[in-house]
Design a protein around this ligand. Structure first.
Ligand SMILES: NC(=O)c1ccc[n+]([C@@H]2O[C@H](COP(=O)([O-])OP(=O)(O)OC[C@H]3O[C@@H](n4cnc5c(N)ncnc54)[C@H](O)[C@@H]3O)[C@@H](O)[C@H]2O)c1
Length: 256
């Protein structure tokens, strides 16, 4: 997909990766940009910068996601690309309160489900449409120190796979964005440790991978190409991979 002339919805657009994608898509000549975020104050200036429409949205609420897609369809005529990008981090393991599990589950997974469910009917009717879901390298590998993040991001990758399999022959393209560390608010305070293994990239650099991968309509967007080698190692010898991850965790614990 060539971004030029396309109508695009982006969630989590007030900061970080979502904001960088909005700026980059504007520079690439996108037609209409509909930007959503829980942070309405942060969203307005970004929308102003890219001549976009700001729609304050809480992606943890199904009705809010459905309203976003409907308003975008009305404003644009049709949507070419939905970037379901908003996400959160919850540290810790299985001891997390059920309410914290539910919150990250709703934002990191269900928001993608609701966005797809709302956008697909019109896309299928037109015989074309593109879904770009932001997961993480944690969704392919794991996340040291955060079970909720690792698990919800795996689920997000799995959903993207399922959508690509199910709708790929009906004109729907699906990509899943799986970066390692990116220099955004989410990564603040995590610059050392695991994030430093392969380096932290700027969100603008990540956008080069996004635009190139969308142009080729390939599934995996990997701003850190090493992730593909790690995936191969994981599937090649699971136990060896788990030992390596335990070593990485020990190194991380020493540093923090
Ligand atoms: N920064 C990283 O290192 C990194 C790495 C891999 C994946 N990701 C993923 O990239 C995506 C974007 O994160 P980021 O790094 O730009 O962080 P960020 O914190 O800068 O941006 C996340 C945005 O999502 C918004 N948001 C949070 N909850 C929301 C809700 N309920 N409804 C609507 N908006 C909500 C926030 O207000 C914020 O603007 C996330 O899905 C994240 O998991 C980030």
């Amino acid at each position: 997909m060539d971004i030029k002339g396309k109508n695009i919805v982006i969630t989590g657009a007030a900061s970080g990766i979502g904001r960088a994608m909005a700026r980059r898509f504007h520079a690439e000549g996108a037609s209409q940009l509909v930007l959503a975020d829980l942070n309405a104050d942060g969203l307005s200036p970004v929308a102003g910068e890219v001549d976009g429409t700001a729609i304050p949205t809480d992606v943890s609420v199904e009705a809010s996601v459905v309203r976003l897609i409907r308003q975008a369809e009305e404003a644009c005529g049709h949507i070419d690309l939905v970037c379901s990008n908003a996400g959160i981090m919850v540290d810790g393991g299985v001891e997390n309160a059920t309410s914290d599990w539910q919150r990250i589950w709703d934002i990191n997974l269900m928001a993608h489900v609701w966005a797809a469910n709302a956008a697909l009917p019109a896309m299928l009717e037109r015989g074309e449409g593109y879904l770009l879901n932001t997961a993480s390298a944690a969704g392919l590998l794991s996340q040291i120190g955060s079970a909720p993040y690792a698990i919800t991001k795996h689920a997000a990758v799995s959903l993207a796979e399922w959508l690509a399999i199910t709708y790929g022959d009906r004109g729907i393209r699906v990509s899943v964005l799986c970066p390692q560390a990116v220099n955004t608010a989410m990564a603040t305070g995590r610059e050392g440790g695991v994030a430093s293994v392969d380096g932290i990239i700027e969100p603008e650099e990540l956008c080069n991978s996004v635009v190139a991968t969308l142009a080729e309509e390939r599934f995996l967007v990997l701003p850190h190409p090493q992730v593909l080698d790690y995936m191969r190692r994981k599937t090649d010898d699971y136990d060896r991979w788990l030992s390596g991850m335990r070593r990485l965790q020990a190194r991380y614990q020493e540093e923090t």
